[in-house]
Design a protein around this ligand. Structure first.
Ligand SMILES: NC(=O)c1ccc[n+]([C@@H]2O[C@H](COP(=O)([O-])OP(=O)(O)OC[C@H]3O[C@@H](n4cnc5c(N)ncnc54)[C@H](O)[C@@H]3O)[C@@H](O)[C@H]2O)c1
Length: 227
Protein backbone atom coordinates (compact mmCIF):
# COMPACT_ATOMS: atom_id res chain seq x y z
CA UNK A 1 0.00 0.00 0.00
CA UNK A 2 1.49 3.29 -0.99
CA UNK A 3 1.00 6.24 1.25
CA UNK A 4 0.31 9.52 -0.44
CA UNK A 5 1.50 12.76 1.00
CA UNK A 6 -2.04 13.96 0.40
CA UNK A 7 -5.12 13.17 2.52
CA UNK A 8 -6.29 9.73 1.32
CA UNK A 9 -4.80 6.45 0.10
CA UNK A 10 -5.89 4.54 -2.98
CA UNK A 11 -8.81 3.02 -1.05
CA UNK A 12 -10.11 6.43 -0.21
CA UNK A 13 -9.16 6.25 3.49
CA UNK A 14 -7.65 9.19 5.30
CA UNK A 15 -3.92 8.75 5.82
CA UNK A 16 -2.11 10.66 8.49
CA UNK A 17 1.45 11.33 7.51
CA UNK A 18 3.47 12.39 10.61
CA UNK A 19 5.69 14.57 8.46
CA UNK A 20 2.63 16.36 7.15
CA UNK A 21 2.15 19.97 8.33
CA UNK A 22 -1.50 19.31 9.19
CA UNK A 23 -0.65 16.40 11.49
CA UNK A 24 1.93 18.50 13.30
CA UNK A 25 -0.77 21.16 13.77
CA UNK A 26 -3.17 18.55 15.23
CA UNK A 27 -0.55 17.67 17.86
CA UNK A 28 -0.13 21.24 19.02
CA UNK A 29 -3.82 22.17 18.63
CA UNK A 30 -4.94 21.19 22.15
CA UNK A 31 -2.11 22.88 24.10
CA UNK A 32 -2.47 25.88 21.83
CA UNK A 33 -6.21 26.00 22.52
CA UNK A 34 -5.51 25.85 26.26
CA UNK A 35 -2.98 28.71 26.05
CA UNK A 36 -5.40 30.79 23.99
CA UNK A 37 -8.17 30.16 26.52
CA UNK A 38 -5.84 31.31 29.33
CA UNK A 39 -4.97 34.45 27.35
CA UNK A 40 -8.68 35.06 26.69
CA UNK A 41 -9.47 34.64 30.38
CA UNK A 42 -6.70 37.02 31.37
CA UNK A 43 -7.93 39.57 28.86
CA UNK A 44 -11.58 39.34 29.89
CA UNK A 45 -11.70 38.18 33.48
CA UNK A 46 -8.76 39.93 35.12
CA UNK A 47 -9.60 43.40 33.78
CA UNK A 48 -13.16 42.91 35.07
CA UNK A 49 -11.80 41.80 38.43
CA UNK A 50 -9.41 44.76 38.48
CA UNK A 51 -12.20 47.19 37.64
CA UNK A 52 -14.49 45.88 40.36
CA UNK A 53 -11.58 46.00 42.86
CA UNK A 54 -11.00 49.68 41.95
CA UNK A 55 -14.73 50.41 42.22
CA UNK A 56 -14.81 48.74 45.64
CA UNK A 57 -11.79 50.73 46.82
CA UNK A 58 -13.12 54.11 45.77
CA UNK A 59 -16.74 53.44 46.70
CA UNK A 60 -18.06 55.32 49.69
CA UNK A 61 -19.27 52.93 52.35
CA UNK A 62 -22.97 53.32 52.94
CA UNK A 63 -24.98 51.83 55.71
CA UNK A 64 -27.65 49.37 54.58
CA UNK A 65 -29.24 49.29 58.03
CA UNK A 66 -33.01 49.30 57.82
CA UNK A 67 -33.17 48.46 54.11
CA UNK A 68 -35.45 45.68 52.95
CA UNK A 69 -33.74 43.10 50.79
CA UNK A 70 -35.43 40.35 48.79
CA UNK A 71 -33.20 37.41 47.85
CA UNK A 72 -34.46 34.72 45.47
CA UNK A 73 -33.04 31.23 45.97
CA UNK A 74 -32.49 32.10 49.63
CA UNK A 75 -33.00 28.54 50.86
CA UNK A 76 -29.60 27.29 49.78
CA UNK A 77 -26.10 28.10 48.57
CA UNK A 78 -25.18 31.64 47.58
CA UNK A 79 -28.71 32.97 48.19
CA UNK A 80 -28.70 31.70 51.76
CA UNK A 81 -25.30 33.27 52.43
CA UNK A 82 -26.50 36.56 50.92
CA UNK A 83 -29.49 36.53 53.30
CA UNK A 84 -27.10 36.13 56.24
CA UNK A 85 -24.78 38.85 54.95
CA UNK A 86 -27.59 41.39 54.47
CA UNK A 87 -29.08 40.45 57.85
CA UNK A 88 -25.68 41.01 59.47
CA UNK A 89 -25.75 44.53 57.99
CA UNK A 90 -29.09 45.22 59.68
CA UNK A 91 -31.34 44.66 56.66
CA UNK A 92 -34.81 43.12 56.78
CA UNK A 93 -34.91 39.96 54.71
CA UNK A 94 -37.48 38.52 52.32
CA UNK A 95 -36.23 35.03 51.60
CA UNK A 96 -37.82 33.60 48.44
CA UNK A 97 -37.60 30.04 47.18
CA UNK A 98 -39.54 27.01 46.01
CA UNK A 99 -37.83 25.06 48.76
CA UNK A 100 -40.12 26.06 51.65
CA UNK A 101 -38.29 24.04 54.28
CA UNK A 102 -34.93 25.54 53.30
CA UNK A 103 -36.40 29.06 53.25
CA UNK A 104 -37.90 28.66 56.70
CA UNK A 105 -34.56 27.36 58.00
CA UNK A 106 -32.77 30.42 56.58
CA UNK A 107 -35.25 32.71 58.34
CA UNK A 108 -35.00 30.84 61.65
CA UNK A 109 -31.19 30.97 61.48
CA UNK A 110 -31.29 34.72 60.73
CA UNK A 111 -33.52 35.35 63.76
CA UNK A 112 -31.23 33.30 65.99
CA UNK A 113 -28.02 34.92 64.76
CA UNK A 114 -29.28 38.47 64.42
CA UNK A 115 -32.00 39.09 67.02
CA UNK A 116 -34.17 42.06 66.10
CA UNK A 117 -33.76 41.57 62.36
CA UNK A 118 -37.07 41.09 60.57
CA UNK A 119 -37.16 38.16 58.18
CA UNK A 120 -39.90 36.30 56.33
CA UNK A 121 -39.88 33.37 53.96
CA UNK A 122 -42.02 33.23 50.83
CA UNK A 123 -42.84 30.46 48.44
CA UNK A 124 -42.48 31.62 44.85
CA UNK A 125 -41.54 29.87 41.66
CA UNK A 126 -39.76 32.71 39.89
CA UNK A 127 -40.59 31.17 36.50
CA UNK A 128 -44.23 32.07 37.10
CA UNK A 129 -45.50 35.58 36.42
CA UNK A 130 -48.57 34.84 38.55
CA UNK A 131 -46.54 33.70 41.58
CA UNK A 132 -44.27 36.74 41.28
CA UNK A 133 -47.36 38.96 41.34
CA UNK A 134 -48.58 37.29 44.55
CA UNK A 135 -45.07 37.50 46.03
CA UNK A 136 -45.08 41.26 45.44
CA UNK A 137 -48.41 41.61 47.25
CA UNK A 138 -47.11 39.63 50.24
CA UNK A 139 -43.85 41.59 50.41
CA UNK A 140 -45.79 44.88 50.33
CA UNK A 141 -48.06 43.58 53.10
CA UNK A 142 -45.07 42.65 55.32
CA UNK A 143 -42.53 45.36 54.50
CA UNK A 144 -44.34 48.13 52.55
CA UNK A 145 -41.33 48.80 50.30
CA UNK A 146 -38.51 46.85 48.78
CA UNK A 147 -35.12 48.56 48.62
CA UNK A 148 -32.89 45.86 47.15
CA UNK A 149 -33.87 42.95 44.92
CA UNK A 150 -31.24 40.25 44.49
CA UNK A 151 -32.31 37.78 41.84
CA UNK A 152 -30.06 34.85 42.55
CA UNK A 153 -32.20 31.71 42.01
CA UNK A 154 -30.70 29.67 39.22
CA UNK A 155 -29.92 26.22 37.95
CA UNK A 156 -26.24 25.36 37.58
CA UNK A 157 -26.75 21.92 36.03
CA UNK A 158 -24.60 20.96 33.07
CA UNK A 159 -25.59 18.64 30.25
CA UNK A 160 -24.17 17.28 27.03
CA UNK A 161 -25.80 19.25 24.23
CA UNK A 162 -26.91 16.19 22.25
CA UNK A 163 -28.40 14.45 25.30
CA UNK A 164 -30.42 17.10 27.06
CA UNK A 165 -34.19 16.97 26.95
CA UNK A 166 -36.59 19.78 26.04
CA UNK A 167 -37.70 19.96 29.67
CA UNK A 168 -34.15 20.73 30.75
CA UNK A 169 -33.74 23.38 28.06
CA UNK A 170 -37.05 25.05 28.94
CA UNK A 171 -36.25 25.10 32.66
CA UNK A 172 -32.82 26.61 32.11
CA UNK A 173 -34.13 29.37 29.86
CA UNK A 174 -37.17 30.07 32.06
CA UNK A 175 -35.30 30.06 35.36
CA UNK A 176 -31.90 31.47 34.47
CA UNK A 177 -33.00 34.04 31.92
CA UNK A 178 -36.73 34.68 31.50
CA UNK A 179 -37.40 34.98 35.25
CA UNK A 180 -35.09 38.01 35.33
CA UNK A 181 -37.43 39.88 32.99
CA UNK A 182 -40.53 38.75 34.88
CA UNK A 183 -39.36 39.69 38.36
CA UNK A 184 -37.80 43.05 37.37
CA UNK A 185 -40.93 44.00 35.44
CA UNK A 186 -42.93 43.37 38.63
CA UNK A 187 -40.75 45.23 41.15
CA UNK A 188 -39.06 47.92 39.06
CA UNK A 189 -42.05 50.27 38.48
CA UNK A 190 -42.41 50.91 42.20
CA UNK A 191 -38.69 51.54 42.61
CA UNK A 192 -38.88 54.05 39.77
CA UNK A 193 -41.92 55.68 41.40
CA UNK A 194 -40.06 55.99 44.71
CA UNK A 195 -36.85 56.97 42.90
CA UNK A 196 -35.13 54.49 45.15
CA UNK A 197 -33.99 50.91 44.83
CA UNK A 198 -31.34 48.55 43.58
CA UNK A 199 -31.51 45.44 41.48
CA UNK A 200 -28.75 42.86 41.63
CA UNK A 201 -28.74 40.15 38.97
CA UNK A 202 -26.55 37.18 39.72
CA UNK A 203 -24.68 36.15 36.59
CA UNK A 204 -21.58 33.97 36.49
CA UNK A 205 -18.04 33.69 35.22
CA UNK A 206 -19.77 31.44 32.69
CA UNK A 207 -21.37 34.62 31.29
CA UNK A 208 -18.07 35.39 29.64
CA UNK A 209 -16.37 32.02 29.52
CA UNK A 210 -17.94 28.72 28.54
CA UNK A 211 -16.93 25.27 29.72
CA UNK A 212 -17.73 21.87 28.25
CA UNK A 213 -21.40 20.85 28.72
CA UNK A 214 -22.39 24.33 29.87
CA UNK A 215 -23.70 25.68 26.57
CA UNK A 216 -27.24 26.55 27.74
CA UNK A 217 -26.09 27.73 31.14
CA UNK A 218 -23.55 30.01 29.47
CA UNK A 219 -26.12 31.33 27.01
CA UNK A 220 -28.55 32.20 29.83
CA UNK A 221 -25.88 33.80 32.02
CA UNK A 222 -24.50 35.72 29.04
CA UNK A 223 -28.01 37.09 28.63
CA UNK A 224 -28.11 38.13 32.28
CA UNK A 225 -24.79 39.96 32.01
CA UNK A 226 -26.02 41.64 28.86
CA UNK A 227 -22.74 42.53 27.20
N1 LIG B 1 -22.49 27.44 42.20
C1 LIG B 1 -21.62 28.09 41.47
O1 LIG B 1 -20.46 27.68 41.30
C2 LIG B 1 -22.01 29.40 40.82
C3 LIG B 1 -21.03 30.14 40.16
C4 LIG B 1 -21.41 31.35 39.58
C5 LIG B 1 -22.71 31.79 39.64
N2 LIG B 1 -23.64 31.02 40.27
C6 LIG B 1 -25.01 31.51 40.27
O2 LIG B 1 -25.37 31.79 41.61
C7 LIG B 1 -26.75 31.52 41.80
C8 LIG B 1 -26.95 30.56 42.97
O3 LIG B 1 -26.21 29.39 42.73
P1 LIG B 1 -26.04 28.30 43.87
O4 LIG B 1 -24.86 27.50 43.52
O5 LIG B 1 -26.10 28.95 45.20
O6 LIG B 1 -27.33 27.42 43.59
P2 LIG B 1 -28.11 26.43 44.61
O7 LIG B 1 -28.64 25.32 43.75
O8 LIG B 1 -27.28 26.10 45.79
O9 LIG B 1 -29.32 27.34 45.08
C9 LIG B 1 -30.30 27.76 44.20
C10 LIG B 1 -31.56 28.03 44.96
O10 LIG B 1 -32.55 28.46 44.01
C11 LIG B 1 -33.76 27.80 44.32
N3 LIG B 1 -34.60 27.69 43.12
C12 LIG B 1 -34.46 26.82 42.09
N4 LIG B 1 -35.45 26.97 41.20
C13 LIG B 1 -36.23 27.96 41.67
C14 LIG B 1 -37.42 28.57 41.19
N5 LIG B 1 -37.98 28.18 40.05
N6 LIG B 1 -37.97 29.57 41.92
C15 LIG B 1 -37.41 29.97 43.09
N7 LIG B 1 -36.28 29.42 43.60
C16 LIG B 1 -35.70 28.43 42.90
C17 LIG B 1 -33.36 26.43 44.82
O11 LIG B 1 -34.39 25.81 45.57
C18 LIG B 1 -32.13 26.78 45.66
O12 LIG B 1 -32.47 27.07 46.99
C19 LIG B 1 -27.28 30.95 40.47
O13 LIG B 1 -27.90 31.98 39.74
C20 LIG B 1 -26.01 30.49 39.78
O14 LIG B 1 -26.15 30.50 38.41
C21 LIG B 1 -23.33 29.85 40.86
Amino acid sequence: MSIHNGNTNENGYLVIDPTNERYRYQKIKEPLKFILQCVYLSLVFFPLLFLSAIKTLIARERSLKGQTVLVTGGAHGLGKELCFKFASLGCSIACVDINDKGSRETVIAIKERYPGVEAHSYHCDVRSKHEIRILHEHVKRDFQHLDILVHNAGDVTSAYLIDFEDKFLDNMIDLNLKSHFLIYREFLPEMIKRNKGHIVAIASLASVYSEMNFSIYTATKHGVLGR
